[in-house]
Design a protein around this ligand. Structure first.
Ligand code: AKG
Length: 189
């Protein structure tokens, strides 16, 4: 069901790592279809320097996993909790409507206040580029997670590294990313 056998972990530095698990979730197309229609997508705005900007993607956040819109997400969270030893009890889901939607360079600060966190991100739908680079600058690494693939950021990634999903000129269909969060990681340890 949730297959970790092809997992490939790369050390980014002495304290941060990224893991790529191709083909982690079977039935990804059916789950994508259910989420596209079954989720109450929200258009968020956020401050950028000194002005409010509309985020170029839609989001839905579930601080309580019990409220998540699909049992398959609860099953996925349970499998990730068992595998990584982190109790995933919430999620936020992003909907990149097409190739023009994106998220800029950031660390997952609100959900990761511990120095070391493990953050799994499941891709459903279109393959997009996922970039990660050192916070203080330097070469970025590129992953191209396809539907059903898992990308997991671990160690000090959210402190020392920044990640993004850039816009692209090549047309792309809908992509949903499911980010699993844990209340345990959202407080300083
Ligand atoms: O869509 C992705 O793969 C990454 C999402 C992300 O970084 C975020 O929502 O904080």
């Amino acid at each position: 069901m949730h297959d970790f056998t092809a997992a490939c972990r790369t050390a980014l530095d002495e304290t941060s790592w990224i893991e790529y698990v191709p083909g982690w979730l079977p039935g990804d197309a059916a789950l994508l279809a259910a989420l596209l229609t079954g989720v109450g997508w929200e258009q968020r705005e956020r401050w950028m320097v000194n002005r409010m900007v509309t985020e170029p993607r839609l989001t839905a956040e579930y601080n309580d996993l019990a409220a998540a819109p699909d049992d398959r997400l609860r099953a996925a969270a349970a499998a990730l909790s068992a595998h990584y030893g982190v109790p995933y009890d919430g999620l936020w889901i992003n909907y990149y409507r097409d190739h023009r939607d994106s998220t800029g360079w950031h660390g997952d600060w609100p959900t990761c206040k511990r120095a070391e966190c493990v953050v799994p991100v499941l891709t459903l739908g279109a393959t997009r580029r996922f970039l990660i680079k050192p916070r203080d600058g330097g070469r970025s690494r590129v992953l191209t997670p396809a539907s059903g693939d898992l990308v997991v950021m671990g160690g000090r990634c959210q402190r020392d590294w920044r990640h993004c999903v850039p816009k692209q000129t090549v047309p792309a269909g809908p992509r949903v990313s499911v980010n699993f969060s844990s209340r345990l990681q959202a407080v300083r340890g």
